[in-house]
Design a binder for this molecule. Structure first.
Ligand code: GLN
Length: 380
């Protein structure tokens, strides 16, 4: 394996989902719904395939989908973007992340990352040859440590990477935090890359896009996807929105990573994004009921449950159960209890920092969540 990828193993999500199958455990690890996406979107895909929309799409996306993305962004943020010049369709947000890093970061460039962080950030930064500066968000509220950020950012910083709502903690960056980051980025001429795939799963706070803050659109790449909002994680449809001068870099990388994204799925994705507000309201209502089951359950089992404002994840402290670290706890949980969670140490540069925390997801039907809670109550 190439040196830049030597330290990365099979992703923790894949490892844990394989163990779930092997042990017949209930999988509250990898974040994928165990229920299906909406019929109107599936039908749109079937129709597109039947109509012969099956050859390469334009590299940056089919025009109908680029327009639907721009329209939703305008609705969400008030920003008017050019669907042809500022929107790029990618194979999931994961490709948008890779294309952004590879298209806009030079070897040796300094990038600031908040830990815990989604695993692909570190791997793609490593592929781009970036120098990572990591700032740790700490429980109970995982707020941004202002002084640490101020001393980390400088004229040498190329970009700050943020993820709100945040995987794995469910933290949502507050307006004050975003304004502080924005001020520092403007002062030091720094870019912001923002992963907002859980924007529609904002339960306890209002989602704020960094791009919507004054002076920020011109230095921000906003990334999102279809998978979480439409329970279609296997479709791998994502996008990046950025001003033309940044889109150029993203598209150059995208052209040679995947060139284009599945054509019929883009037609269906355009239909999805035109869903009425009631679709999003119902999604949120469903998820709030699921969240309540899991949060109450985890508290009753005896975990220290940290507040999660958005995403479909909950982070807990497992130390009341006396296992030595998060990995040992998750192994015990799979083998002796029959439930899968994600150890969070993989979300840190220094694994020690995550050793007390594990992540559970509630993107499962209510019976599955109840069954998992029941097993933990009986066997933990
Ligand atoms: N985003 C999903 C999670 O955090 C995992 C996606 C993946 O397996 N790469 O659970």
């Amino acid at each position: 394996v190439a040196k830049r990828l030597e330290k990365f193993k099979t992703t923790i999500f894949t490892q844990m989902s394989m163990l779930a199958i092997k042990h017949g455990a209930i999988n509250l690890g990898q974040g994928f719904p165990n229920f299906d996406g909406p019929n109107f979107v599936k039908e749109a895909a079937i129709q597109a395939i039947r109509e012969g929309k099956n050859q390469y799409a334009r590299g940056h996306g089919i025009s109908d989908f680029n327009s639907a993305i721009a329209a939703r962004f305008r609705k969400d943020t008030g920003l008017e973007v050019d669907p042809e010049k500022e929107v790029t369709v990618t194979c999931g947000c994961t490709e948008a992340i890779a294309a952004t890093m590879l298209g806009l970061i030079n070897p040796g460039d300094e990038v600031i990352l908040f830990a815990p962080f989604y695993d692909s950030y570190e791997a793609t930064l490593s592929m781009a040859g970036a120098k990572i500066k990591c700032i740790t968000l700490r429980p109970p509220d995982f707020s941004v440590p202002v002084d640490e950020l101020k001393s980390a950012i400088s004229k040498n910083t190329r970009a700050v990477l943020i993820n709100t709502p945040h995987n794995p903690t469910g933290k949502m960056f507050t307006r004050e935090e975003l304004e502080l980051i924005a001020t520092l980025c403007i002062e030091n001429d720094v870019l912001v890359f923002t992963d907002e795939v859980y924007d529609k799963l904002a339960f306890e706070a209002e989602h704020i896009s960094m791009a919507s803050l004054p002076g920020m659109y011109e230095r921000t790449v906003t990334m999102n996807s279809l998978g979480k909002t439409f329970s279609l994680t296997g479709w791998k449809i994502g996008w990046a929105i950025a001003p033309e001068h940044l889109t150029w870099g993203v598209r150059q990388a995208h052209s040679f990573l995947t060139f284009a994204t599945s054509t019929p799925m883009q037609w269906a994705a355009a239909t999805a994004l035109r869903a009425p507000d009631s679709y999003y309201e119902e999604l949120k209502r469903d998820y709030m009921a699921k969240k309540a089951i899991l949060v109450e359950g985890l508290e009753a089992v005896g975990f220290v449950v940290y507040p999660s404002s958005g995403t479909y994840f909950i982070v807990v402290d497992h130390t009341p159960f006396g296992l030595e670290n998060d990995v040992a706890f998750c192994e015990y949980l799979i083998q002796e209890v029959g439930v899968v969670a994600i150890p969070t140490s993989v979300f840190y540069l220094n694994p020690e920092e995550g050793k007390n925390l594990v992540r559970f997801t509630f993107c499962k039907d209510e019976d599955t969540l109840k069954a998992a809670v029941h097993r933990m109550k009986q066997r933990l």
